[in-house]
Design a protein around this ligand. Structure first.
Ligand SMILES: C[S@@+](CC[C@H](N)C(=O)[O-])C[C@H]1O[C@@H](n2cnc3c(N)ncnc32)[C@H](O)[C@@H]1O
Length: 334
C-alpha cells in the first residue's frame, strides 16, 4: 500500500503496550503490520506474510488503540484497532487505487496467496460434495477430480463479504464458479475490484458498494464467503456488538442449504464454532450457558451448523510466541 512503512525488526518484537502509552508510530505500525507485507507482488515470500499476520494478531490481541480523528465512531472498550473503521479502509483503498493506476499493482492478498488458493480449492471441493449429496461431509474428505464439475458449480451463486480487491472471486472464477458477486462498504475497494476484474478478463463478476452489517441485497446466495472481513468488523471499537450484527445480517444472505465459509486470523476454529453456537442459541431462545450437547440437541433447528474446516494450515512462531493459525471454517445454513 502506498504511504505504508515496512515494520522494523525491533517494532515487530515489541512487547504489547497499553493504549495510553502507545505512540503514533506504534499505532501506525500495528495497523499496517496486518497488511503491509502481504502485498501482492512484493518481494516477501508467503511464509513472511503469514508471520506478519500472526505477529500483527498477537500485537492487536493485547493492545487497545486510540483512534485520533475516528474517536467519535466509538470508544475503545477492548480489543480494537483502526482496521475496524471504515475511514481506515477508505484511506487504504485510495492508496491502492493510486498504486493500481500508476503501477498496475493489485494490492493486498490477505493472509497470502497460499491461503487464498487453499480456501478456493477447498471450498470448491466442499460445494461439489454437497452438490453430489455427500452430506454429512466426512472428516477425511479429500479434493478429487469430479466429472462435470462446472455443471454443479454453476448452481452455486457466490457472495464475497468485504471483497477488497476482489481477487478471491477471480480465483473462484478460475475454479469454475460463474455467478459471482462481491460487496464492500468502501467505494475505493469496489472501484479497484472492478478495474482488476476487467483488466484480468473477469468482466462478469459483479461488485457493489454495500455494508455487510446493513446489507441492501434482497437476494440470497448459495455460497457466502468471508476472508478477513469478520476479523476487521470485530476490531471496531464496538466489535462485540458488530459481530452480533454480522451474524444477524449474514444469516439473511445465505440461502437455505447453502454454505458460509469464513477465513479468520483473529478467531480459531473453536472460537468461530462457539460464536455460531451462541448465535444459534440466541435465535432459538436458549440461554447461552446451556450445554446443548448434554442438555438438548439443537442441530436440527439451528440456523447454522458446522460442517468442516481446513486442516492443512501450519502454525507459526514469532519472537518466541506461537502465532495464531489462520482458520477456515464452513457452516451449513438450515
Ligand atoms: C481484511 S480486508 C479483506 C479483504 C478481502 N476479503 C480479501 O481477503 O482480500 C477486510 C475488508 O472488509 C471490508 N469491510 C469491513 N467492514 C465491512 C462492512 N461492514 N461491510 C462491507 N465491507 C466491510 C473492508 O473494506 C476490507 O475490504
Amino acid at each position: 500500500m502506498a504511504g505504508m512503512r515496512l515494520q522494523t525488526e525491533e517494532s515487530a518484537s515489541t512487547a504489547p503496550v497499553q493504549s495510553d502509552l502507545i505512540s503514533d508510530d506504534d499505532r501506525s505500525v500495528a495497523a499496517d503490520s496486518w497488511s503491509i507485507k502481504s502485498e501482492y507482488g512484493s518481494t516477501l515470500d508467503d511464509d513472511q506474510r503469514h508471520v506478519d499476520a500472526a505477529d500483527a494478531l498477537n500485537f492487536r490481541s493485547s493492545t487497545a488503540f486510540d483512534y485520533g480523528s475516528d474517536k467519535e465512531e466509538g470508544e475503545a472498550d477492548g480489543i480494537s484497532s483502526e482496521l475496524g473503521l471504515q475511514s481506515y479502509w477508505n484511506a487504504a483503498y485510495a492508496d491502492e487505487l493510486t498504486n493500481f493506476r500508476e503501477h498496475g499493482l493489485t494490492g493486498e492478498i490477505w493472509f497470502g496467496a497460499d491461503v487464498m488458493h487453499v480456501v478456493t480449492s477447498w471450498t470448491r471441493s466442499l460445494c461439489l460434495e454437497i452438490s453430489r449429496g455427500r452430506l454429512p461431509i466426512s472428516d477425511s474428505f479429500k479434493e478429487e477430480p469430479v466429472e462435470d464439475a462446472d455443471k454443479y458449480l454453476c448452481d452455486w451463486s457466490v457472495l464475497d463479504l468485504g471483497t477488497g480487491n476482489g481477487l478471491l472471486l477471480q480465483e473462484l472464477a478460475k475454479e469454475g464458479f460463474s455467478d459471482l458477486t462481491g460487496i464492500d462498504y468502501s467505494e475505493g475497494a469496489v472501484e479497484l475490484a472492478r478495474s482488476l476484474a476487467n483488466r484480468d478478463g473477469f468482466p462478469n463478476i459483479k461488485f457493489l458498494v454495500d455494508d455487510v452489517l446493513e446489507s441492501k441485497l434482497d437476494t440470497q446466495f448459495k455460497l457466502v464467503i468471508d476472508k478477513g472481513t469478520l476479523d476487521a468488523i470485530g476490531l471496531h471499537p464496538d466489535g462485540p456488538i458488530k459481530r452480533i450484527m454480522y451474524w444477524d445480517s449474514v444469516s439473511k444472505l445465505v440461502a437455505s442449504g447453502g454454505l458460509l465459509v469464513i477465513t479468520s486470523c483473529n478467531s480459531s476454529k473453536d472460537e468461530l464454532l462457539q460464536e455460531v453456537d451462541n448465535y444459534n442459541k440466541r435465535q432459538l431462545g436458549i440461554p447461552l450457558d446451556t450445554n446443548t450437547e448434554e442438555d438438548q440437541d439443537i442441530s436440527g433447528q439451528a440456523p447454522f451448523r458446522y460442517i468442516n474446516h481446513v486442516r492443512s494450515y501450519p502454525t507459526f512462531t514469532f519472537g518466541g510466541i506461537v502465532g495464531s493459525r489462520v482458520s477456515t471454517v464452513a457452516f451449513l445454513r438450515k
